[in-house]
Ligand binder design. Structure first.
Ligand code: ATP
Ligand code: MG
Length: 804
């Protein structure tokens, strides 16, 4: 449970001296172009600034606040300014302070919708049946509460999970529907019981004197709609309303704003329809397109000059977003120099991509790649999916490159990663009590607090670990019923996995595909690799299934993170080695001072800017995300394209897009096609780089200029080499995304069993050799350096096909 402490915003207000202000020059106006100035100076009445990325919307909005204060039109506490994140609110507050040349006292109503609504709701809680000291439930509490209601209603929560209901309720709240207002068309939701349970849930929250996040807005909208006197009070109090990133407001936020602005209509909204990226959370881009209808006579300001990016970057972004239909279609221009073209590079795999970006960053920092030295603070890596961060974090930790993750925990701090690692820890060292505690009832095994206390007591009594304590407790029949059976199963699993993990730690050096090498001379090794073991543990314990059954928006991301975790194991010999690596990482993590590279998702990058931006993972299926296309079709694809636009337009001077031909998912190679957005980049503004190590290496050794970008990038990339295709064919694997019809198939089936005795071949670990014998799908190869080994055919390629 969390609670907010807030200053009393109304009392704290300190009026600024009009005279002192009037005597100052207004440098904040001199910095603006005429259109921005118009938006700043048109203080009365509605104003809409609808303009593309980097055109100075946020800057103008900030200047408008300063203008309101300096001209004495409003006191700091009479300005309601809404930003999308707390970070943006802090930045805006600081900027206002800098522009005014003094720290701003007050400005209590500059913040996110949620932060502002908490303050308001505390003042009027009794109007919706709450006390002013209500608590705000986090997601876990919310789910627990829903579960109670579900089980009391005799609903099978396996078929109808609580998280599904919580997702439905959130969406309803985003639309400002109280239980009475949920339309009849939604009656079938959650097996026809959705509305009824929503109603019960709201009642229960009231009894508990609690709200969830969605309630903060919902209750305020209800209060304003049902208490005209209260609304009137705030309409007069908030004399000016300003909203940044208006394209991402949902219906509840929109209604709330419209109610508050309903009197004086002094509302200034800024946004960009091309940057609407929260449709999946209920944002309605229609809100911004409807502004002129909602507020007739609005001053509409269009900004077209971009001040952020070089001409090449701007043109590349413009080329991509042109693929969307039904947009307003703004053209941006810049006075900035052409600068460097957007760079495009394809890599063999995700690890190689991370390594290359790490080297680029170091070279840029030192200034050895040409151009000025760039500080780490000036560089950012923007990913589509948070699981992509792992490869970068690992790489940067290895080379000691300081980084920060913005907008979320670092990879190894994530809930699901910590859970999974607790399984690994317990299996490696069964006396790790902390690990035991963490997972004994995760997923739920019916071992609540009471059962866990019994285990604790038993362990203490016998002076053993918790795992042994559990064993003794079971023997002594100290625990009975369903919980006992499931605890027994859990203990049995750990006992079964422990010797395998130990054997792996004792065995010599396995490498990736070693599990499949039939080398008679090698000492005995466990039949399964540590990666397989990890996968088995997460599956058989029910941990993976727990997230598969979870219907919250975060669940798919958590499953992807788990896959990524398995991938991370690949570089280690066994679980123990991996755990040591992670504990070192966590040890290193103490906040270093100084400049750091930022890593964040594209969603978290909205509104920000960096001189150098890396955009990795541009592969169909990852970006655009397959899930988003499956769930929302063309609408989903267009939202993905807007994300691409947001990504490119974060860059001021240098933008580097990359993709990997292969990613390893659960120990299996999967090949991927470059993102369709790569095809949409205008060629004249892009340089295709050749990855180091290929064709003698060296950047800029671009391929044939006539072919299109996609082909050029693909040609420059190993994934398209005949050898790779043949390997794919032998592995018989499906690419992450289906190739589009217009493209040549990547898989060349004829290549299977293409070998004869005497062929010269290449193996990633053993190097070159000649085939001595063929037995089924296994080849006996006489390697030049390693001698005779039996290898599986799919892990070798013809010596002529080796691309480097
Ligand atoms: P986004 O759509 O990405 O949120 P934005 O429209 O809000 O972008 P800002 O972040 O306000 O754009 O401005 C982009 C950059 O351009 C900032 O570095 C800002 O200082 C600069 N800038 C804006 N207006 C001007 C101007 N008139 N003269 C010089 N620089 C400007
Ligand atoms: Mg902005």
């Amino acid at each position: 449970m969390s609670s907010y402490s807030e200053d009393d915003a109304f009392e704290a207000a300190v009026p600024l001296s009009r005279r002192a202000m009037a005597a100052r020059p207004a440098p904040y106006l001199d910095d603006l172009n005429p259109a921005q100035r118009q938006a700043v100076e048109a203080l009365e009445g509605p104003v809409l600034m609808l303009a593309g990325a980097g055109t100075g919307k946020t800057k103008a909005l900030t200047a408008r606040i300063v203008h309101l204060l300096t001209t004495g039109s409003a006191r700091p506490n009479e300005v309601l300014a809404v930003t999308f994140t707390n970070k943006a609110a802090r930045e805006m507050k600081n900027r206002v302070g800098r522009m005014l040349g003094e720290t701003v006292e007050g400005m209590p109503w500059l913040g996110t919708f949620h932060a502002i609504c908490v303050k308001l709701l505390r003042r009027h809680a009794e109007l919706v049946g709450l006390k002013s000291n209500f608590t705000i439930l986090d997601t876990d509490d919310q789910i627990r509460l829903l579960k109670q209601l579900i089980s009391a209603s005799n609903i099978d929560d396996k078929r109808w999970p609580a998280r599904m209901l919580s997702g439905i309720i959130d969406q309803w709240k985003n639309r400002a529907w109280t239980p009475e207002k949920v339309p009849a068309a939604e009656a079938s939701a959650y097996n026809n019981r959705g509305t009824e349970l929503y109603d019960q849930y709201q009642r229960r929250l009231r009894e508990l004197n609690a709200v969830d996040f969605g309630d903060l807005l919902l209750h305020m909208v209800t209060i304003f709609q049902t208490h005209p006197d209260v609304l009137d009070q705030y309409q007069r109090w908030f004399r000016y309303i300003l909203v940044d990133e208006y394209q991402d407001t949902n219906v509840a936020q929109y209604l709330w704003l419209r109610l508050l602005a309903g009197g004086h209509k002094n509302i200034c909204c800024v946004g960009d329809d091309d940057q609407s990226i929260y449709g999946w959370r209920g944002a309605e881009v229609g809100n911004i397109l409807r502004f002129e209808k909602d507020f007739p006579g609005a001053t509409v300001v269009r900004l077209e000059q971009n001040y952020r990016s070089t001409a090449h970057i701007l043109a590349a972004a413009g080329g991509v977003i042109r693929g969307n239909e039904g947009r307003l279609g703004k053209e941006l221009w810049t006075e900035a120099q052409d600068g460097e073209k957007v760079r495009l590079i394809g890599h063999w795999d995700g690890e190689e991509e991370a390594r290359w970006i790490g080297e680029e960053i170091e070279a840029m920092q030192r200034g050895t790649r040409g151009g000025r030295p760039v500080s780490l603070d000036e560089m950012a890596i923007l990913v589509r999916a948070s699981h992509q961060m792992r490869a970068f974090e690992d790489r940067f930790l290895t080379i000691g490159l300081p980084y920060r993750v913005i907008g979320g925990p670092r990879f190894y701090e994530r809930l699901e990663i910590r859970d999974a690692m607790a399984y690994f820890r317990l299996v490696v060292s069964p006396s790790d009590d902390l690990a035991f505690e963490r997972i004994v009832n995760t997923p739920k095994r019916g071992l609540g607090d009471k059962a866990q206390q019994k285990i604790q007591m038993c362990a203490r009594e016998h002076g053993t670990s918790l795992l042994d304590g559990a064993r003794i407790l079971l023997q002594d029949k100290g625990l009975t019923g369903k919980g006992a059976a499931r605890l027994a199963a859990f203990v049995e699993q750990i006992d079964r996995w422990h010797p395998i993990a130990t054997a792996q730690a004792a065995a010599p050096q396995p490498m990736d595909e070693d599990a499949l090498i039939m080398d008679d001379s090698a000492p005995a090794r466990p039949a399964v690799s540590h990666m397989e073991l990890a996968e088995v543990m997460l599956d058989e314990s029910g941990y993976t299934a727990m997230w598969q059954a979870d219907k919250t928006p975060e669940a798919p991301g958590r499953l992807e993170n788990l896959k990524e975790l398995i991938k991370a194991l690949e570089s280690f010999d066994n679980l123990q080695g991996f755990l040591e690596h992670v504990s070192l990482i966590m040890d290193n993590e103490s906040e270093q001072e100084g400049a750091k590279v930022s890593i964040m998702t594209l969603h978290a990058a909205k509104g920000l800017e960096f001189p150098a931006v890396f955009l990795p993972g541009w592969e169909d299926g990852l970006f655009p995300s397959q899930r988003s296309m499956d769930e929302s079709g063309l609408k989903g694809l267009e939202e993905e394209r807007r994300l691409a636009y947001v990504g490119i337009t974060r860059a001021e001077e240098l933008c580097t897009i990359s993709f990997a031909g292969n990613r390893r998912v659960f120990g299996q190679w999967q090949s991927a096609l470059p993102s369709r957005f790569i095809d949409e980049l205008p060629e004249d503004h892009v340089d295709v780089l050749t990855p180091p190590g290929l064709y003698g290496g060296g950047y800029g050794a671009a391929a044939a200029p006539q072919s299109n970008l996609h082909d050029r990038a693909a040609e420059a990339n190993v994934y398209n080499s005949p050898g790779w295709r043949r390997m794919q064919a032998r592995a018989g694997q499906r690419p992450i995304a289906q190739p589009r019809e217009s493209r040549a198939p990547v898989i060349d089936l004829d290549a299977v069993s293409a070998y004869t005795v005497g062929d010269r071949v290449f193996h990633q670990k053993f190097g070159y050799g000649a085939i001595a014998a063929i037995e089924g799908d296994k080849l006996s190869v006489d390697f030049e350096k390693a001698g005779v080994k039996k290898v599986v055919a799919k892990f070798i390629m013809g010596a002529d096909d080796v691309p480097f």
